[in-house]
Design a protein around this ligand. Structure first.
Ligand code: ZN
Length: 132
């Protein structure tokens, strides 16, 4: 591959790449990159460039989500109705706290409860098929 900046020879290398995005740094380890042997210009494969962009955007979306969530936000996160969230909170199946008259949820606790719930369901599904 020829360097588009100086016409020199570009060589494929594996390297760590630091990408900065609105005050955040994402490090990609062992990424394939083309580096010019003459001027040091770098280029990435189109797929890798897209992947980097998507991952950086994903970290931004994640950081923009609130740590403390209300019923609507939890319902949206778990893709259930508001009523289901109320029911789960009231029965203690979702970790929740009442602030005044409002339910509030901690994002990390909701996600932990979700993965735990998946495991319990998965385990109980293994046996019923063999029952008569
Ligand atoms: Zn060059």
């Amino acid at each position: 591959m020829e360097c588009y900046a100086c016409g020199g020879q570009m060589k494929k290398v594996h390297k760590d790449i630091e990408a900065n995005w609105k005050g955040r740094t994402v490090i990609f380890r062992g990424l394939e990159a083309w580096v010019c042997q003459t001027c040091g210009e770098q280029a990435y494969e189109a797929d890798d460039a897209r992947l980097m962009q998507n991952l950086i955007r994903a970290t931004e979306l994640d950081a923009d989500r609130p740590e403390v969530m209300n019923v609507e936000e939890v319902a949206d996160l778990l893709r259930v109705s508001n009523q289901t969230v109320y029911n789960l909170a009231r029965s203690g199946k979702l970790p929740a706290a009442k602030v005044g008259r409002e339910w509030r949820f901690r994002r990390d606790e909701i996600l932990a409860a979700l993965s735990k719930g998946c495991q319990e369901e998965g385990a109980s599904q293994e046996t019923p098929f063999y029952r008569v």
